[in-house]
Design a protein around this ligand. Structure first.
Ligand code: NOJ
Length: 723
C-alpha cells in the first residue's frame, strides 16, 4: 500500500495528489455504472481496464460483496496508486429487505423508525460491499402528479428536516469508518419537486422566498447532521441548471453552510447541461459544473473527456481539480477505505439479522398504513368466514416494494393474499384479480364480481403498479390505471345490492384522486408500497391485531385541478369566504383537500381539550411548553398522533395559514385520558423577513393543536412574542 507509515489522512491525500497525473485526478472525479455478467464485471461504455488505469475512481449500481470486492481489487491491486473505489447504489427504502417507501414511512411520524430502517439498510448494504447510498431524498412534494414524491417526506419542510436528520444518522451511524456504515447523499438539491405541471425533469420557476422557506431547510438539516455527500437535481431553477448553480452550490451550500463533503452530479446531468442549452459541448459543461463545485461526474464522462481540455485552455485551474480530488479522497478516507478497502462486505449477513430486519419491516409497515375512511367501524374486519379478495393488487407480491430496490429479491415479498391467508387462517379466502393493473381486458370482471355473492367480507385491492411512481413516472390523471375503475364500480354496485360492505386497500406512490371511490367504499386503507412485509402488515391492520396509526404527510386532492393543494398556503388578500363571491375559491369544488395533511383514523376515537401554553409572553430565548389533554372515547386501545401548528397573524411578510412545528404521540386504552406535552423553542417562530433574513418579530402567534391540518379540527390559543 502506498500509504503505509503516513501520519494523517490529510498527509496521505496530499502525497497522493502530488503523485497523480491529470488523468488519474479526473478519474477520481468520475463515477461510472457497473454491472456483472457471467463473463465478469462490466463497466458502462468502458472496460475494467479503465479502473486499472486509474481512469475511473467511483462506481454505481454494483450489487454483491464478491463483485464489489473484485472491482475493488482491480483498483487497489491493479492501479498505479492503488486508490480504492467508492461504490454506491440507490438504497432508498431498504437494500435486500425492503421497508416502506419514504412517503409511506413518513406517515408513521416516527423519527426513531426512520433512523432504524436507514441503519438496517446500511448494515445490509455495507455487508454487500457498498459504501455510499444516494439517499435521503429531501425534495418537498406538493404536486402528486410528480412521481418522485414517493421518495421523500411529502409536502412539509419542517417534517422533511426531521426526516433528513433521522436518515443521515441512520445511514451513516456514529462512525463513518465503521464496516456497517454508508455515506449518505442529500438529494436532489434543490427544489426538484415543483417541476412545471408536475412533469418529470421539467423546468422549475419559483420564488427565491419559496426556495429558502420551503425547499432549502431539509438540506440545511442534512448538513447539520453531517451528511457526507450532496446531489444537485437534474432541473434548472429559474434558468440556472442546478448542476451549474454556483449561487446555491458554492454560495449557499459550501460557503454559507460550510459543507465540505462531496457533491456528486445526478446521472448524466453534467452532459445534460448541453441539452439545457447552457453549454455547447462537454468541455464547457465540465467547466461549468466544476466551477459550481460539483466534484464527481456521474455517467456523463464530461469530466473525463472535457476537464483536461478545459485545463489546457485555462478555463479551469489545477487547484480547482485538486480541491475536488481532495474532497473525494477525504471521503474515501473517512469511510475507512484506505485502511481496509474490503471492510464492507467482509462479514456475511446473518440469518438472525435478516429475521430482525423482516420484523422491523413489518412493524414499520404497520405504522405507515393510513386509514383514510372507516364508516360504521367496517374495520377491523369481524366474523370473517368467507372473504373475497378482489383486484389486481391482491396477489401481487412483486409490486409491494414500490419503485426502488435494485438488490431486492421480489419473490421474498409478502403480498396481500399470503398475508390475509395467514391472518384469517380459519376463513375461506376467495380470490380473483378481475383485471390487470394496466391494460384493457375486462373479461375477468364478471367472475370477480360474482365472488361478492359467496363472501361475507369483501376486500378490494386496487391502485398503481410499483413503477408508476418514482423517477420518470409523472401522471396527469391520478386515477386508477387500466380498467380498475370498471372493476371497482362493478364490485361496489354488486356489494351494495347485496347489502355487503367493501373495504378498499389502495396501493400508490402518491395521493390518488378518486372521490367516487372514497364516497362509496365503506373503508379505505392507504397502503402505499410497504415493502417486503406489506401483506402481513396490511393483514395485521385489517384483522385488528394492530390499530392503524399512520397520518398522511401529503394532502389528498379532490380534483387534479386543485394541485398544488397544501396546508402551508398563504392567506392572500381575499381568503375563502363562502358568503362572499369575490374571495379565493373554485366555482365547482371546495378549496380544501379531500384528506388533509395529517389525516388518518385509528381504531380508537380521540377528543382534545384544555390546550394551554406557557409562557404567554414569549422572548426569543424562551421555549414554549404546549399541553393538551387527549381522551380515547372509542372502544379500542390506540395511538394518537397530535400535531402542533402555529400561525403568525401579522408580520412584515405574509405568513402561511398553518406552519407545522411539532408532533407527539399518546397511546390510550378505551376511556382513558392523558396529556401530550410538546416543546417549541421560540427560535422556531422566526421567519424570513423582507430581505430573506431570519427575524423574530413581536406580535400575536396562534398555537393550534389537533389531529390534522384541517383548521376546523384544531384547538387554538395564542401567545404574544416580545422582541
Ligand atoms: C437518477 C436519479 O435522479 C437519482 O436520484 C439517482 O440517485 C441516480 N439516477 C442514480 O441511480
Amino acid at each position: 500500500m502506498p500509504f503505509k507509515g503516513m501520519q494523517t489522512l490529510a498527509n496521505r491525500i496530499e502525497k497522493l495528489i502530488g503523485a497523480m497525473t491529470v488523468a488519474e485526478k479526473v478519474g477520481q472525479l468520475t463515477m461510472t455504472a457497473s454491472g456483472y455478467t457471467v463473463t465478469g464485471p462490466t463497466i458502462a461504455g468502458d472496460s475494467t481496464e479503465a479502473i486499472r488505469a486509474g481512469a475511473i475512481g467511483n462506481l454505481l449500481n454494483m450489487v454483491g460483496a464478491a463483485h464489489c470486492h473484485e472491482m475493488q481489487r482491480l483498483a487497489v491491486e491493479g492501479s498505479r496508486l492503488g486508490i480504492p473505489l467508492l461504490i454506491g447504489l440507490d438504497i432508498i427504502h431498504g437494500h435486500r429487505t425492503q421497508f416502506p417507501v419514504p412517503l409511506a414511512e413518513t406517515a408513521s411520524f416516527d423519527p426513531g423508525a426512520w433512523a432504524l430502517t436507514a441503519r438496517e439498510a446500511a448494515i445490509e448494504a455495507a455487508a454487500d460491499g457498498l459504501a455510499l447510498t444516494f439517499a435521503p431524498m429531501l425534495d418537498i412534494s406538493r404536486d402528486p402528479r410528480w412521481g418522485r414524491g414517493v421518495e421523500g417526506a411529502g409536502e412539509d419542510p419542517w417534517l422533511a428536516t426531521r426526516l433528513a436528520e433521522a436518515k443521515v444518522r441512520g445511514f451513516q451511524g456514529s462512525d463513518l469508518t465503521a464496516a456497517d456504515s454508508l455515506a449518505a447523499c442529500a438529494k436532489h438539491f434543490c427544489a426538484y419537486g415543483p417541476v412545471t405541471a408536475g412533469r418529470e425533469y421539467a423546468p422549475v420557476d419559483i420564488s427565491e422566498r419559496t426556495v429558502h422557506e420551503v425547499h432549502l431547510p431539509p438540506f440545511a438539516a442534512a448538513i447539520k447532521a453531517g451528511v457526507a455527500t450532496f446531489m444537485p437535481s437534474f432541473t434548472d431553477l429559474a434558468g440556472i441548471p442546478m448542476t451549474m448553480h454556483t449561487g446555491l452550490l458554492r454560495g449557499w451550500l459550501r460557503e454559507k453552510h460550510g459543507f465540505d463533503g462531496v457533491i456528486i452530479s445526478d446521472y448524466n446531468a453534467i452532459g445534460e447541461l448541453i441539452k439545457h442549452g447552457v453549454a455547447a459541448d462537454h468541455i464547457e459543461a465540465a467547466t461549468l459544473a466544476l466551477k459550481a463545485g460539483v466534484d464527481i461526474d456521474m455517467m456523463s464522462d464530461a469530466y473525463r473527456h472535457g476537464l483536461p481540455i478545459a485545463l489546457e485552455r485555462g478555463w479551469v485551474t489545477l487547484e480547482a481539480i485538486d480541491a475536488a480530488v481532495r474532497r473525494v479522497l477525504t471521503l474515501k478516507g473517512r469511510l475507512g477505505l484506505f485502511d481496509d478497502p474490503y471492510r464492507r462486505g467482509s462479514k456475511a449477513d446473518t440469518p438472525e439479522a435478516e429475521a430482525r430486519r423482516r420484523r422491523i419491516a413489518r412493524d414499520v409497515a404497520q405504522r405507515s398504513i393510513v386509514l383514510l375512511k372507516n364508516e360504521r367501524e367496517t374495520l377491523p374486519l369481524k366474523a370473517v368466514r368467507t372473504l373475497a379478495l378482489i383486484g389486481p393488487l391482491a396477489d401481487a407480491a412483486r409490486e409491494m416494494a414500490g419503485p426502488w430496490g435494485a438488490a431486492q429479491d421480489a419473490t421474498s415479498h409478502v403480498g396481500m393474499l399470503a398475508g390475509m391467508r395467514r391472518a384469517f387462517g380459519k376463513a375461506d379466502i376467495l380470490h380473483e384479480a378481475g383485471v390487470d393493473i394496466r391494460g384493457d381486458d375486462t373479461a375477468g370482471i364478471a367472475a370477480a364480481v360474482d365472488l361478492c355473492e359467496r363472501a361475507d367480507t369483501i376486500v378490494l385491492c386496487v391502485g398503481e403498479a410499483a413503477n408508476m411512481s418514482g423517477e420518470a413516472a409523472s401522471r396527469a390523471q391520478l386515477d386508477l390505471p387500466g380498467r380498475q375503475q370498471a372493476l371497482a364500480e362493478a364490485v361496489l354496485a354488486r356489494a351494495q345490492g347485496l347489502g355487503k360492505r367493501v373495504t378498499v386497500v389502495l396501493f400508490s406512490g402518491r395521493p390518488l384522486v378518486l372521490p367516487w371511490l372514497f364516497e362509496q367504499a365503506d373503508a379505505v386503507v392507504a397502503a402505499w408500497f410497504l415493502g417486503s412485509e406489506a401483506g402481513n402488515a396490511i393483514a395485521d391492520v385489517l384483522s385488528g391485531a394492530v390499530s392503524p396509526g399512520g397520518r398522511t404527510p401529503i394532502s389528498w386532492p379532490r380534483a387534479v385541478g386543485q394541485i398544488p393543494v397544501f396546508f402551508g398556503e398563504r392567506p392572500g388578500g381575499r381568503p375563502f369566504n363562502a358568503e362572499d363571491h369575490y374571495t379565493s375559491k373554485y366555482l365547482d369544488i371546495p378549496n380544501d383537500p379531500l384528506f388533509p395533511f395529517g389525516h388518518g383514523l385509528t381504531y380508537g376515537r380521540f377528543t382534545y381539550s384544555s390546550l394551554r401554553v406557557t409562557p404567554e409572553r414569549v422572548a426569543e430565548s424562551d421555549t414554549l411548553t404546549v399541553r393538551v389533554d387527549v381522551k380515547n372515547t372509542g372502544n379500542r386501545r390506540a395511538e394518537e398522533t397530535v400535531f402542533l401548528f402555529t400561525r403568525d397573524l401579522v408580520a412584515t411578510v405574509t405568513r402561511p395559514l398553518l406552519e407545522l412545528k411539532g408532533f407527539g404521540k399518546i397511546t390510550l386504552d378505551p376511556g382513558a385520558s392523558g396529556t401530550v406535552t410538546l416543546q417549541l423553542p421560540a427560535q422556531e417562530l422566526k421567519f424570513l423577513g423582507l430581505e430573506l433574513q431570519p427575524v423574530f418579530e413581536a406580535g400575536e402567534v396562534e398555537i393550534l393543536v389537533g389531529p390534522c391540518a384541517d383548521r376546523k379540527q384544531l384547538l387554538v390559543t395564542g401567545v404574544h412574542l416580545v422582541a
